[in-house]
Structure formats: C-alpha cells, structure tokens
Design a binder for this molecule. Sequence first.
Ligand code: NDP
Length: 255
Amino acid sequence: MAAARTVLLTGSNRGIGLELVKQLLGSPRPPAWIFATCRDPEGPRAQELRDLASKHPNLVLVKLDVENPSAITDAAKVVEGKLNGMGLNLLINNAGIYTPTASLETVDAEDMVRTYKTNAVGPMLMAQAFLPLLKKAAQDSKEKGLSCSKAAIINMSTILGSIKKTADSFFHPVISYRCSKAALNMLTMCQALTYKEAGILCVALHPGWVKTDMGSQEADLTVDTSVRGLLSVLPILSEKHSGTLLNWEGKAIPW
Ligand code: NDP
C-alpha cells in the first residue's frame, strides 16, 4: 500500500504529534512534505521540531493554534503556497487538551467550552479550511476507493469518548474531555458521510494510554509503541473503516 506523500499534523511540537513527525521522517518512504503545525514554532517548546527541520528539507513548520479560526485559514494559505498545485493527502487532527480533575462536582462552564473548542471545533475548522487541498489530492489520485495515501482526515480521539465504554473507565470521570471527544467522534461520522463523495476517508483513532504530558508516565504505552502502531494502521484503512473509531492496533471500538 502506498504511503501519503503530503501530510499535515496539528500539535506536533510534543507528545504523540512530535513522535508522528519523527517516525514519518524516518520511514522507508518519507512524505514529500510534512507540515508540522504548532502554536509557537519560534518558541522554546518547538526546539526539537526546529532541530528536525534543520536536517530534513521536507519538514515545514507552520504556526497554527486550532482555537483560532483566522490562524487556521492563514495556515491553509501557507500550505497551499508550499504545495504549489499539489493536494494534501493526509490531515491528522492531533492537538488536544485535557483537564484531569474535571468531575461532575468540579467541572465548570469555562473548562467545558475551552475543551470543546480545542478538541471538537478545532478539527471541524481544520477540515473545512483544508478541504480544497484534500479534494485536490483525491482528484489527482489514480487510486480507487478511499485511503490515507489518496485523501484522509484522521481525528485523534480516545476510548474515553466512547459512550458505550464509559462505565469501564468512569472511575476517571474527566467530563470535559469525554464530552469533547464524544463530539469529535460524532464529527468524524458526519465528515465520513459528507466527504465520501469527494473521495476523502475520515477515521477516529485511539492511540492507547500513552506516556506523554497528557497521558503521564503511569500510562501503558511508550509514545514510540503507540505511534508505530498508529502508523501501521493508516495504510490498511479503506472505505469500510470510514466513520469508525479504531485503536492503535486497528481494532474497532464501539462509539
Ligand atoms: P500532549 O498533552 O502531550 O500534547 C498535546 C499537543 O496538543 C501539544 O503539542 C500542544 O501544544 C497541542 N495543543 C493543545 N492545544 C492546542 C491548540 N489550541 N492549538 C494547537 N495545538 C494545541 O498530548 P498527547 O500527545 O498525549 O495527545 C495527542 C492527542 O492524542 C490528543 O488529541 C489526545 O486527546 C489524544 N490521546 C492521548 C492519549 C494519551 O494517553 N496520551 C490517550 C488518548 C487520546 P502546546 O505545546 O502548544 O501546548
């Protein structure tokens, strides 16, 4: 299965996003362009990304805060210019936030809205802004059906957003996070139904419980293992997976 030639990720300066960039760069057939977006590409939190960009001419750092609609459209213009007539094969909506202490007793309106804005509204605006480039990639592809090498939106979700699975992990309520990711799951289904005709695959992925700033060092998986898994799932995705939630091993999770 062919690999995506042009990829864009959000939240790529640390955690799962940064590891995705590293493993994509190190893959046997790296993308022609990787657009690694983050809130502050010039700041201290993006030092590792800048070091990588200085060694890899196919890695382009782009400023993008998913909470800011005009920053998203500005980034889409920068990427369009760089692609110079090419389309975007793969959009990975990875950026996310999490309030570990948000129980029903403590969660407030501000946390609910802020988390929804980043985790659900951000991916929706990203897909809207990058849709022309995704459509272009689909149109230019000779591949039949849907795939990540043709045109795809991957939304980084979580099993904690599955309504069916909530009782299994409710000892950890994280209300704002769960609700925002359940909304992201619904968004994924709506995108799959809407963008199918344009030839764009839409899938939500659960990376496992991963040792990052968000997942903490108590988590099950190293970021290396999770991302290796995620990157081996991408090439097997096809139309039958569009509008589903899968884990880092490619196993389906009920909504
Ligand atoms: P981290 O907290 O380690 O990293 C989060 C990333 O998102 C950072 O790059 C951060 O940038 C970025 N980000 C946050 N808000 C914004 C914003 N408004 N605009 C742009 N970027 C933003 O998280 P992980 O790497 O662990 O998580 C990545 C994704 O995987 C998330 O969507 C998360 O929900 C999901 N996930 C993670 C799990 C885990 O166990 N780790 C489990 C299940 C799902 P900055 O440095 O600027 O803050």
